[in-house]
Design a protein around this ligand. Sequence first.
Ligand SMILES: Cc1ncc(COP(=O)(O)O)c(C=O)c1O
Length: 385
Amino acid sequence: MDRLAVDGGEPVRRGALTPRQPFPPDAVRLATEAIQSGSLFGVGGPLTRRFESEFAAYYGARHAVTVSSGTAAIHTALAAANPEPGAEVITAPITDAGSVLPILYQGCVPVFADVADHLGMAVEAVEACVTPRTAAIIAVHPFGGATDVRALRDLADRHGITLIEDCSQAHGTRFHGEFLGRYGHIGVYSLQQSKHMTAGEGGVCVTDDDELAARMRLFSDKGWDRAGAGARGYPRLGLNYRASELVAAVTLPQLSTLDAVLAGRRRLAALLDVAVDKAPGVTRWQPLTGCDASYWCYPFFVPGDVTRWADALAAEGVPTTPGYIGKPIYECMAALADAYPPGLCPRATDALTRLMIFWLHENLTEDEIADVGAAIIKVANALVD
Ligand SMILES: Cc1ncc(COP(=O)(O)O)c(C=O)c1O
C-alpha cells in the first residue's frame, strides 16, 4: 500500500488546484461603465433594474428584489411574512448562521427540525415542530441539493404558514423540473463569494406575490415609501439592506454563464462519484430524489475522525473542510448556547461528524478531479480497516 504523504510518502499531487474565476469579462465592462456613469446607487439604478428583471425571468418569477447579502435576503423575506413577536420559525440545523440570525433579529424563536439523509430538514421532523405559534418555515437547501419543498409547501398551506426557501447554496437547482426558490412564497439566494453566482456580497429575493414584493422593497430600503405622495413617509420599519449598482454589474453577466457553471459542476461531480465509490468505507452524499443538484460543493462521508482525514488529504494536495460547520448551527452560536438541549437533532450531529467537504467548482480540470479521487482512495485504503 502507498505510504500516506502525511506519514512521509509521495503526495498524489503538488501545487494548488485551479482557483475559481466566477466573473465573466462582461462583469469588468459593466462595473467600469457603472463607475464611469458617476452613480452607484442601486435603488432604481439601471443595472439593478435590469438584473432584477433578468434574474426574475431566469427563475420564472414575477419579482426579484436585490439586497446586500443572503442574510439580509432572509431577513427581508421573513419581515415581509410579518410574524408576530415571539412567533416560531422552523429552520435547519445544518446551515450558515445567516439562516438563523434574521429569526432572532425579527423577535422570533428559531425551532430546529432534524435532517434526513440528504442533509436538508426531514418533512416529518418539520411537521413535528409545527405549533399554533409557527409563523414560517425557512427551508435550507443544502450543498446544491434540495429539501423536500413540495411536501413542505403542502404542509405550510395546510397550516397557513409562510414557506421561505433558502437557496443560498442552490442556485439553478431544479427539483421535479422546477427551480428551487419557486415552491415557497419567497425564495432567497446569497451572492456571497462562495456561491454559484457572486458579487462578493449580495442577495436576491424572488416571489410571485405583489404584496410580499412591495413589503420586501420597503423593508430593505429602511421602510421608506418612495412612491408615496408628498412628504417622506416610512409606513413600516425596515433596515438599509440596499445593494449598490456594482452588485448588479458583476452578477448580471453571470446569469448568462450560470447554466455552464451548473453543467461543469455536475460533470465533475459525476467523475468524482466514480472514484468515491471505489474508496473503501467512503460514501457519497445522495441528493434528494427528483433533484438535479448544482453542487455548491462536493460533500462525502467518511468513517473515523474527519480532522485526521482532512490532514491526510491536505498532505496529498487536496484541501477539504472537515465536518462543514462541525456541529448543529445552534451549538455554534454563542447567543444560543444552552438554549437548545443536547441531542435535539441527533441525525444532524451524527452527519456532521462524518461529513467532508471538497470545494468542487467548474474551473477545476478533469485531471485535478482525477487527483482528488485518487487521493480519497489512497487515504481510504490507509485509514479504513
Ligand atoms: C445556507 C445559507 N444560508 C444563508 C447564508 C447567508 O448568506 P450571506 O453570507 O450572503 O449573508 C449562507 C451563506 O453563507 C448559506 O450558505
